[in-house]
Write a protein that binds this ligand. Sequence first.
Ligand SMILES: [Zn+2]
Length: 60
Amino acid sequence: MAVPRLKTSKMKKRQRRSHHALVAPNFGECPRCNAQKLPHCVCMTCGYYGGEKRVEVEAH
Ligand SMILES: [Zn+2]
């Protein structure tokens, strides 16, 4: 196994981890039923996307 020649400095470690933060998903609104849904995804409430029914939604 390869072994690092030098210890990673605190600054280098922190600079690398500065991009690791999680971001909340960007929700949009379904134009048909106005439920929250992810953009570019089929609505999980009514099963519509792009004005057409794409998937059957099971009632819970
Ligand atoms: Zn919908």
